[in-house]
Design a protein around this ligand. Structure first.
Ligand SMILES: NC(=O)c1ccc[n+]([C@@H]2O[C@H](COP(=O)([O-])OP(=O)(O)OC[C@H]3O[C@@H](n4cnc5c(N)ncnc54)[C@H](OP(=O)(O)O)[C@@H]3O)[C@@H](O)[C@H]2O)c1
Length: 325
C-alpha cells in the first residue's frame, strides 16, 4: 500500500511516499481503507523526532482517519466490513490502509464528507476531555482558548459556546480573530498587539475566566494565572512556546486555581473507547444537524503530505488540514 514514511527526523521534505505491506488487524482491531486522514500538530512534532510513537506502534504519522472497514480482527463484534467510520489511530494514518482498535472507531456522522469526518477524532476527543472533564466547564462560565484558529481552537470555541459558556480566544492576526468570532467567540484577542490577560479582565468586568485551554505555555502560564477567575482551571495540552517556565505561584494559592493537563495518545484503550461513546452520544447529533461545523482550510493528496506539513508550519491556516487518498 502507498504510505508516507518519515525518512529521518527533519523538515517536511523527509516525508516520503513508499510502498509498505498492508497491516493485519489483531484480534480487537479493524483495518480501515483510508479515504482521508487528518493532519495534526503532533504529526509535525513526530516528523521532527520530538514526539516518538508509543512502543509497538508504527512510525508512520497520522492520528485520525475516516474510511470504510476493510477487515476485522477475530474478536471484533461492533463493526463489519463496509461500515463507514472515523477513527483515532495510535499512528499510521497517512496510508491507504490503517489499523484502529474497535473502541476507537465511531460511525461516520451522517451528512459529512469523509474529509470532514477524518478531522474529528483527535481534536474532538482532546477538546471534550480537557474542557468538559478535566476543566469541568459549565454553562454560564467564562472560557478562554489560546490558538483559537487552530484545529483544536476551532472545535473548542464551537463546543464551549454551544454548551452555554462565554467564550474568548487568542490568535495571531486580526483575520484569525474575526474567524474565531465567526465560530462563536464573544471576543478574540490578537496576542501580537494586545495583552490578553489585561483584555480578559476588562471583558469579564474583573471576574476572569473559569477555564483556560492552553497549547502555548511559556510566558502565557503567568498570564493565564493572572486572568483566571477564583477557583479557575487551567488545562495545558501543549507548549508551543516552551514547557519550562518560572512562575509566581502566589495567585494560584490565593485564587484556589487548578493547573492541570493531559495528552491523548498514551491513554488506555478503555479511556479512548469511553470518550468515543460519549462523543457519539452528545456531539454526533450536533454535527449531523449542522450546529457544529468542521472547518477545513486545505485538502492535499496523500502524496503531498510534505506540502500539508509546510502549510501547517506556516501558521496561516484556519481550521483543519486534511490528506485524501
Ligand atoms: N494534549 C493533547 O492530547 C493534544 C492533542 C492534539 C493536539 N495537541 C496540541 O494542540 C495544539 C493545536 O493542535 P492543532 O493540530 O490544532 O494545531 P494547529 O492547527 O497547527 O494550530 C496551532 C496554533 O498555534 C498557534 N501558534 C503556533 N505557534 C505559536 C506560538 N509560538 N505562540 C502562540 N501561538 C502559536 C498558531 O496560531 P497563531 O497564528 O494564532 O499563533 C496555530 O493556529 C498543538 O500544539 C498540538 O500539539 C495536544
Amino acid at each position: 500500500m502507498k504510505t508516507i514514511v518519515i525518512r529521518e527526523p527533519g523538515g517536511p521534505d523527509v516525508l516520503t511516499l513508499a510502498d509498505l505491506p498492508k497491516p493485519e488487524p489483531r484480534a480487537e482491531e479493524v483495518l480501515i481503507k483510508v479515504a482521508a486522514a487528518g493532519v495534526n500538530r503532533p504529526d509535525v512534532l513526530q516528523r521532527m523526532g520530538l514526539y516518538p510513537p508509543p512502543p509497538g506502534v508504527s512510525n508512520v504519522p497520522g492520528l485520525e482517519v475516516a474510511g470504510g472497514i476493510a477487515a476485522v480482527g477475530e474478536r471484533v463484534s461492533r463493526w463489519k466490513a463496509g461500515d463507514k467510520v472515523t477513527a483515532l489511530t495510535a499512528g499510521g494514518g497517512y496510508a491507504e490502509f490503517a489499523l484502529a482498535h474497535e473502541g476507537s472507531c465511531m460511525k461516520a456522522p451522517k451528512g459529512l464528507s469523509m474529509a470532514e469526518a477524518a478531522c474529528i477524532p483527535e481534536i474532538f476527543m482532546t477538546v471534550w476531555h480537557n474542557i468538559f472533564e478535566r476543566g469541568a466547564l459549565k454553562a454560564g462560565e467564562c472560557f478562554l482558548v489560546h490558538g483559537g484558529s487552530s484545529g483544536i481552537g476551532s472545535t473548542a470555541i464551537q463546543l464551549a459556546s454551544h454548551f452555554g459558556a462565554r467564550v474568548f480566544a487568542t490568535a495571531g492576526s486580526d483575520e484569525k480573530c474575526a474567524y474565531c468570532e465567526s465560530l462563536g467567540a464573544e471576543r478574540a484577542i490578537n496576542y501580537k498587539t494586545q495583552n490578553f490577560a489585561k483584555q480578559i479582565k476588562e471583558l469579564t468586568c474583573g471576574h476572569g475566566v473559569d477555564v483556560i485551554l492552553d497549547m502555548v505555555g511559556g510566558a502565557y502560564v503567568q498570564d493565564d494565572i493572572a486572568c483566571a477567575a477564583e477557583d479557575g482551571r487551567i488545562v495545558q495540552i501543549a507548549f508551543l512556546k516552551g514547557a519550562k517556565v518560572q512562575v509566581d505561584l502566589m495567585p494560584l494559592m490565593l485564587k484556589r486555581l487548578t493547573l492541570t493537563g493531559s495528552t491523548l495518545r498514551p491513554r488506555k484503550l478503555e479511556f479512548k473507547a469511553r470518550l468515543a461513546n460519549e462523543l457519539v452520544r452528545k456531539v454526533w447529533p450536533l454535527l449531523e444537524n449542522g450546529s457544529l461545523k468542521i472547518v477545513i482550510d486545505q485538502v492535499f493528496p496523500l502524496a503531498h503530505a510534505a506540502d500539508a506539513h509546510r502549510d501547517m508550519e506556516s501558521n496561516l491556516h484556519m481550521g483543519k488540514i486534511v490528506l485524501v487518498v
